[in-house]
Design a protein around this ligand. Sequence first.
Ligand SMILES: Cc1cc2nc3c(=O)[nH]c(=O)nc-3n(C[C@H](O)[C@H](O)[C@H](O)COP(=O)(O)O)c2cc1C
Length: 339
Amino acid sequence: MRPQVFETSITTLLGIRHPLLCGGLGPGVSDGRYVAATVNAGGMGFIVSTGYDDPDRFEEELKICRQLTGGKQFGVNLYISRFAGGVERVLDLLHLLDQYGVACVETAGASPEPIIPALKEMRIKVLHKVPAVRYVPTAVRIGADAVIVVGADCGGHPGVYQISSIVQATRAPEIASIPVVAAGGFGTGRQLVAALSMGCGAMLMGSRMMVAEELWVHEDYKRRVVAGDGTESQVVKKLLRDHHRVLDNDSAKAILALEDDKVTDFEAYRPHINGAVTRHAYRSGDVSKGMIDYGPAVVFADKIKPVEAIFDEIVDDAVMAMARLASLQVPQDAVEAKQ
Ligand SMILES: Cc1cc2nc3c(=O)[nH]c(=O)nc-3n(C[C@H](O)[C@H](O)[C@H](O)COP(=O)(O)O)c2cc1C
């Protein structure tokens, strides 16, 4: 593992070595083993609570993560769906977070406001993920400890405005009174340096990490990610105002056809967005069906390798980017001497 290079608002907040966060991957993709790998490699990851048929399976992942990290701090992703159960669905899980010493949560989807007091009570840090800078004041108001701002190029949910990550990561720190994490299309050390220079405290990745050796998804899919050039995604469900960037497969095409026909009944979409179908796709490697969240940052995934190797590569790249910047700066005494 590389030594610490950067001390930022986020490394301090989370007590981690590198300002590298790995977002929750559903359904059930970012499990205890993967999250432990992100933590052991000096970053932070989030076990998704979605994708398990019962809370016992989720608890199993917490147990695995605690064991593999040897008691280091780790995170959980709480996705609050506007469609499937809302905040009620995560309420039953909160006692488990306390029981297993979860240090932080990445909240996403609908507002986590109703559960913030319970999380504070348990001293769990809240990193609320929003898809546009306009929601940053809400994250501050509800008491989030940090805000993750995802731009249009993210795999998963880019939000209805779909503003680029470069604009959002630049603007968010200007208006946020809490630490900001940049996300959406990130996957290199050069981008990390850019995010830090814009005032963010870390970057968060999803798509770039899909080749991590520790992820249980089928090797065939990981090889496909390696081969991807970033043009393979579509944004579906715009008609439902639930924009979703996914791999352009049979399910995505079926949804786009429903949207072309102006179908607004959610039930018509349900068979195509079924979590069990998506999980099967990841397990079998046949991703022709299912909602396979997928962003153009796959282009940075050049090889299947362990999380630690990915982080090392990013840190090395960041160090080189810093050196490049330093080499570009004209020494001011030389400039003054010339004038
Ligand atoms: C395969 C995959 C599954 C994801 N599942 C979830 C999820 O269940 N909950 C969530 O909040 N975000 C989810 N995301 C979004 C990521 O946590 C992260 O915000 C996003 O991937 C960042 O953009 P990037 O893909 O360009 O790195 C998923 C992303 C991917 C690629």
